[in-house]
Each structure stands twice: as C-alpha cells, then as structure tokens.
Design a protein around this ligand. Sequence first.
Ligand SMILES: [Zn+2]
Ligand SMILES: [Zn+2]
Length: 246
Amino acid sequence: MNELVKEGFKIIRALWYSEKYGCALCGGYPGPICPNCSEELLHPELSRCLRCGKLIAQERVICTDCSEGRGPKHLKKVIAWGHYTGCLKEFIQDVKFGANPMRMMQISRPLADWAIKELPLVDGILAVPMHSARLAERGFNQAEVIASRIHWELGLPILQGVKRVKATPPQVSLSRQERLLNLKDAFALQGKEPFKGRSVWVIDDVTTTGSTLDAVAEVLYEGGAKEVYGLCLAAGFEKVLVPEFD
Ligand SMILES: [Zn+2]
Ligand SMILES: [Zn+2]
C-alpha cells in the first residue's frame, strides 16, 4: 500500500478512536491520552533512571538510590511509562483491584508506541509471573494483560519459562531490606535454559525500586537470556532538591 494512504488510515483511526473514547485516564479530549495527562503523568520531558525506571530530571542518567548501589543489578535498562499518581494510579488500581482488565486496551497503542522508541527490539516479552494462590484470588495477572496488549500491538512473542514459587506479600508495604528478603527464591525456572540466547522485555504494572523486575531478570539470565530489559506502566518520581537562592 502506498505510504500516504497508510498514513491516512492511521490518522482516521486515531481521530475515530479519540472521538469515541476520549482520554483513557481522565475521560477528557482528545484521547487516547489527553495533553493534560500526558504532561502531568507521562512527563515526556523527563528521563527515566536507567537502572530502576524511576522518573528523574532530564539531564540525569541514574537516580541517587541507584548511584549509591541500591538499585537493580541485572537489567540493562528499565523504563516506566508514567508517574504512579493521580489518574494513572487510579487506572492501574481499577484494572487490578476493580477487575477491569479490558481497560488496558485503551492505552495499549500509546504505551507500545512509546516502549518501542525507548527500548531495543527483543526476541520476546515476559510478564512478571503471579503466584497461583494470588492468581486464583484475582482471576488474572495484570502484568500478563499488559504483555498480551504489547504482543497485540507490536507482534513480539510472549515467552514462558519462569514460575513464581513463593507467595510474597506486596512489595509496596515493605522496606528495601524486607523487599529483597521477600523476593529471595520467589521465582524459578521451568525447564533447562528456556531463554537461551534470547533478549527479553520483562513487563510489570508498577515498579518502586525495580527489585521485582531484577529478581525475574536474574532467573532469566540463569535460563540463558542474553539481554533483559524492564517495562512498567508506572514508577515513582525522584524529588530533586533544588538549592534555594535569595
Ligand atoms: Zn486525560
Ligand atoms: Zn534508579
């Protein structure tokens, strides 16, 4: 098909989509993400900490925690789409606790477009696995829902081969030390070298310190993975202390 016609279809699709649904996060117009949410929540002007994915000042590469050795050790790069606050936080919680996984469909296109610009193309994607007990309780794994949308948008294969063998309390409620202990031996490989020679994006909904993604990455390398990257919907924001002048 002629490039111009293809572009035309893209524009028509985008217009139809934004007319029909508006902003996936706040309901405003135009969608799928309105300019206000983009500015307030996605912060395209900020960098992401290379190690943990946290939103940081534009001129920085890694956050203070990571520069002092408290960040993930195994991932090549981690990115978080937006800041875990306001409408984005509500959206993620509604998907997760409101049993509303279908809402993920509304953000998959802008999320995938952004991810493919920020991360190198890989052999496959893997959702952070959920323990069977929690899966039975919730009925679905939100990380798998995100991964399936990325698969749909970008055509990247979904990989299997890691199991969550320990039912761990949510990371959010724990200190850094407790998080690391909590995650020790939480994930296990299935089969022998299921990721041999492969590059992978590990996908989760939210990251705080990057330790969950890092624990999965460690297991992937044990399984023969070549390069592991992390992709999340949201992360924290590093507050930078600006010196005050009179
Ligand atoms: Zn909005
Ligand atoms: Zn960091």
